[in-house]
Design a protein around this ligand. Sequence first.
Ligand code: MEV
Length: 325
Amino acid sequence: MAEAFAPGKCILFGEHAVVFGHPAVAVAIDQGVTVNISESNKWILDGQEFSPEKHPHISHTINELFNYQGRPLNINISSNLFSAAGLGSSAALSNAFGAALYHHMKQGTDIDRIRLAKYAHSAEANAQKGRASPTDTATSSLGGCVVVSGSHVLGTKHIFDTKLLTPEGQREWSINIVELPLSIRESWLVLGFTGEGAPTGKMVEKVANLLKEKPEKIIEMDTIANITKAGLTALSAGNLEALGIAMNACHERLRSLEVSTRELDDLVLASRPHSYGAKLTGAGGGGCMVALTKDPSRVAEAIEVAGGKPLISTLGSDGVRIIKN
Ligand code: MEV
């Protein structure tokens, strides 16, 4: 038997701009996915016969990544993330399942987080027609605060490079981490789910179409990159006020790229009186917003009153881990 947990993620800065090679900053959150596996007489997932087509992340991990030839497994998945909400639930599933299987096959060996991050990215790409940035999978695997970029970002610690052959050609990323100062631990993230799914592929396409129609909007990508750099400096220095200002500025740029919605704007505005800053997080078009605050219960109440579902988390939770042998 093996049981593993992998956290979800929240993008603080750089969504959409990362698609154009600019940096994105994400933190692991407290909520995530737990996967338990044990040997069995037949393949079972959550009490039902396992169907590989319905679970491409899991079947790709078993067959292509681990080449698992052992006895059938009884797999149980539980999650305390909103799913399809931009919180990285599929990346967390890939990492938690990968870690549990790794542990099951190599009893007693520490899990290799970099290998798992690469495996989980491959499983994501396989399930998403070859298109996936490594942001979600790397953050869920490594934990803490992760910076994903086309090249190394000054002031961060380089961990690994990764590449993917996408339908648009080869893409390469540098995965880096930032040590969060202790003062950051005094603040909280409150995520507010609009109740609508976040259609990542559709929103990335929407931005591409907007830039074709209005090429002058490309300036927003450079502006987001500058805000991301300012946000990273504030994060590394533990300057919560500056971090919040950068979050607010980033939301305005994402609005200009037309990826926010009325519901996201409502939750952002409801949170701001009790927060350092608030913005949509992830692809937009639905999904979640995030607020940075010292008063998480006030913000959670404000989000509920404005019609959202709140989730409170610390910034930069630990990455994937084995919780039971
Ligand atoms: C989605 O969580 C973030 C986007 O930047 C897409 C990506 O990075 O692949 C919108």
